[in-house]
Write a protein that binds this ligand. Structure first.
Ligand code: NAG
Ligand code: NAG
Ligand code: NAG
Ligand code: NAG
Ligand code: NAG
Ligand code: NAG
Length: 467
């Protein structure tokens, strides 16, 4: 699936180059702790990759050419180290023992060949917005082979050319194998640009927008989010100030630190609003515990309702968000303000609905954020009161104070249920296939941008990445 999405996305981006200029900013920083993890996880694949085939050795020590089979029995990478090289990339150094079996008569010979591997890899921005790792230099340095079995029957004259043969073969093959591993890594990193759902009919896709910043402590990628509605990228009126992740932020020892700008939130919320996903209908059945609202209750507050509906009828609330909700970040505090427009309707005999009145509502919500796997999720609760004013009425004058309590109560639970279901689905953070955020911690921080006003930064820190 990531492959197919990546391809679809690639086409869309090529058709709409303007979109990639917008920047709901995200910064993905991999700290040096991730390299220890990668070195540990990479040992076994490296060992497998280094298991090359060695062609026949033509032994001339007996006076005639004698083809001798050589097999690598074991590759032991006892030490693998990855380090950041500032302004360049990542250096790999590995200490390896190759155990080789030389099939010669009368008994096989076993050699241990200690080898040091050194490779420098650069990390750049690939043409489709994915990180691109490539080997810029690679060496293998061989120590003297240790003969540990079959020594008695081996003519010393054979050992020197045999070792040269093995070293020449390894010299040419090992770096090629490391390069293949890196190619595989690039394929994996390429899944960064896969599409992930944000809500119904909407998706987000991340891509790198410039060359990564590399220091001795971390590599930092500036990532752009493109949001799609019904398969089409949407252009958002976003802040043009580049988002910068503060230097010292997040948990010490975290492998990755992800900074999300307020822009990304505003854009995601706007996407949900434009998609109509925030709208809801609070429908009712009589005697339902879910929506207790009916005309007999309302009739006690608004006499005109009692007059028009002598028989109890359930009421329907159509909740529409015309204005995009605003999210406000203060240090360690996120709030969201919704201004829905609510129409109150009653069913008529011919299965249509009769419009009764409408309300402008303001509700402040507290927003709690969490990360699970690769998604950032939200939960809301109401802060303070739900504030109502009558927008228009078919029932003559309505005293807001009279309907405030009952409408607030009726409206609050379905709204929260709806929002929490939607925000609970969450938005995917930048990620690649098979890696997810573990033991994440979330910090909300206000950062001052270059242009002198406040914008809220939102760094999340994963203390680990799990495979
Ligand atoms: C290679 O094997 C030798 C002999 O067993 C050992 O002394 C050395 O530490 C090993 N080196 C590596 C890199 O495993
Ligand atoms: C090699 O020769 C030594 C001494 O001649 C002997 O002790 C040893 O067992 C022999 N090793 C093998 C593997 O034949
Ligand atoms: C109308 O709503 C009130 C309040 O929830 C409830 O007590 C009453 O039973 C409802 N009436 C009908 C007919 O559903
Ligand atoms: C709702 O409940 C009231 C009282 O509990 C009852 O009189 C009325 O018939 C019920 N209405 C419906 C539609 O079930
Ligand atoms: C967040 O700030 C709002 C006011 O801006 C306040 O009412 C609320 O209690 C705060 N929440 C937390 C968790 O501090
Ligand atoms: C919502 O929050 C804003 C800003 O904190 C405040 O001015 C307003 O009175 C609040 N409205 C409600 C309905 O709580």
């Amino acid at each position: 699936m990531p492959g197919a999405c990546g391809l679809g996305l690639l086409l869309t981006l090529l058709l709409l180059p303007m979109v990639s200029a917008s920047r709901p900013g995200t910064v993905f920083r991999l700290n040096k702790e991730v390299l220890s993890y990668a070195a540990e996880a990479g040992k076994a694949p490296l060992q497998r990759a280094l298991q090359v085939t060695v062609p026949l050795f033509l032994d001339r020590s007996g006076g005639v050419f004698q083809p001798t089979r050589i097999q690598i029995l074991n590759v032991d990478v006892s030490h693998l180290r990855l380090t950041f090289v500032a302004n360049f990339g990542i250096r790999l150094s590995a200490a390896t023992n190759f155990t080789l079996k030389i099939f010669r008569d009368p008994e096989p010979l076993h050699l241990l060949l200690p080898t040091a591997l050194l490779a420098d890899t650069s990390v750049e921005q690939g043409s489709i917005g994915t990180p691109l790792v490539s080997i810029s230099s690679c060496f293998s340095i061989f120590d003297k082979a240790i003969v540990f079995d079959g020594r008695n029957s081996t003519a010393p004259a054979m050992l020197a050319p045999l070792q040269s043969h093995i070293k020449a073969v390894l010299q040419s093959k090992l770096c090629l194998r490391i390069s293949n591993l890196v190619q595989g890594l690039n394929v994996h990193l390429g899944t960064l640009i896969g599409l992930s759902p944000v809500g119904p009919e909407s998706q987000v896709c991340y891509s790198m927008i410039n060359t990564p910043t590399i220091t001795n402590d971390y590599i930092s990628l500036d990532i752009n989010a493109v949001l799609f509605l019904l398969g089409r990228p949407i252009v958002l009126p976003v802040d043009t100030t580049p988002f910068v992740l503060p230097q010292h932020v997040g948990t010490k020892g975290a492998m990755a630190t992800v900074g999300l700008s307020q822009d990304l939130f505003d854009s995601a919320i706007m996407l949900l609003q434009k998609a109509g996903a925030l709208n809801l209908d609070v429908t009712a059945q009589l005697n339902s515990s879910n929506n207790p609202l009916n005309t007999s209750v309302l009739g006690q507050l608004i006499p005109e309702v009692a007059r028009q509906f002598p028989e109890p009828m359930p009421l329907v609330l159509k909740v529409r968000l015309g204005a995009t909700p605003t999210v406000t970040f203060r240090t360690n505090n996120a709030t969201m303000r919704l201004q829905p427009f609510v129409e109150v309707l009653a069913p008529t005999s011919n299965s249509a609905f009769q419009y009764l009145f409408s309300l402008n509502v303001v509700v402040n919500l507290s927003l709690q954020l969490s990360v699970s796997k690769v998604r950032l999720r939200g939960t809301t609760s109401v802060l303070g009161n739900v504030q109502l004013t009558v927008a228009s009425s078919n029932l003559g004058f309505i005293d807001t104070d009279h309907v405030q309590t009952v409408m607030g109560e009726v409206f609050e639970k379905p709204l929260l249920d709806h929002l929490n279901a939607l925000l609970g689905m969450g938005i995917a953070l930048p990620h690649v296939v098979n890696l997810q955020y573990v033991t994440p911690e979330i910090f909300i921080q206000e950062t001052r941008t270059g242009s002198g006003y406040f914008s809220a930064g939102f760094p999340t820190a994963g203390t680990g990445l799990g495979l």
